[in-house]
Design a protein around this ligand. Structure first.
Ligand code: ZN
Length: 174
């Protein structure tokens, strides 16, 4: 396993449309293992492959709280089969939008079909944080960031901050 570099916005690679995976094999599982390790190290609760520069429809999520055992979840080629009309608002953050949090409104519940770590087809009803997190990660597969859900004014303010952060990082390389 290896920690990969997380791409931060703005970056054209985050706008790429992720392609479906042909099959879940050892190579893909190695990618998922790396993504999980990268997410834990960040730390974060969800990561899409495109955030580490691999535009494939692969997502890892772990919503275990501090002190709880890890509960990694893998979603390959996820597809929303149904979404509720009622919505929920969560304050979202993103490993590709460091240190910024804003409230986003999304369907409160959804049903998702996907392939798991073993390549088995699964269908699952999601609610609460899982529904929100999954929809956030699935946005990444379409090249969409949570800041794209905000008003134009708010988004451009955040983008300015992100550009400033990047310039500072370039001046003092890690
Ligand atoms: Zn994200």
């Amino acid at each position: 396993m290896a920690i990969r570099e997380i791409i931060t916005a703005p970056d054209p690679r985050l706008k790429e449309i992720s392609k479906p995976v042909d099959r879940v094999d050892d190579g893909l599982r190695a990618l998922m293992d790396d993504m999980l390790e990268t997410m834990y190290a960040a730390p974060g609760i969800g990561l899409a492959a495109v955030q580490v520069g691999v535009p494939k429809q692969v997502i890892v999520i772990d919503l275990a709280r501090d002190g709880e055992p890890p509960a990694p979840r893998y979603f390959v080629n996820p597809e929303i089969r149904w979404a509720s009309d009622d919505t929920a608002i969560y304050e979202e953050g993103c490993l590709s939008v460091p240190d910024m949090y804003e409230e986003v409104e999304r369907p409160a519940r959804c049903r998702v079909r996907y392939l798991d770590y073993q390549g088995e087809i699964r269908e699952e009803d999601c609610d609460d944080l899982l529904a929100t997190c999954l929809q956030h990660e699935m946005d990444h597969l379409k090249g969409v960031l949570f800041i794209d859900h905000l008003s134009r004014v708010k988004r451009s303010m955040m983008l300015k901050k992100l550009i400033k952060q990047k310039k500072l990082q370039e001046k003092e390389p890690a």
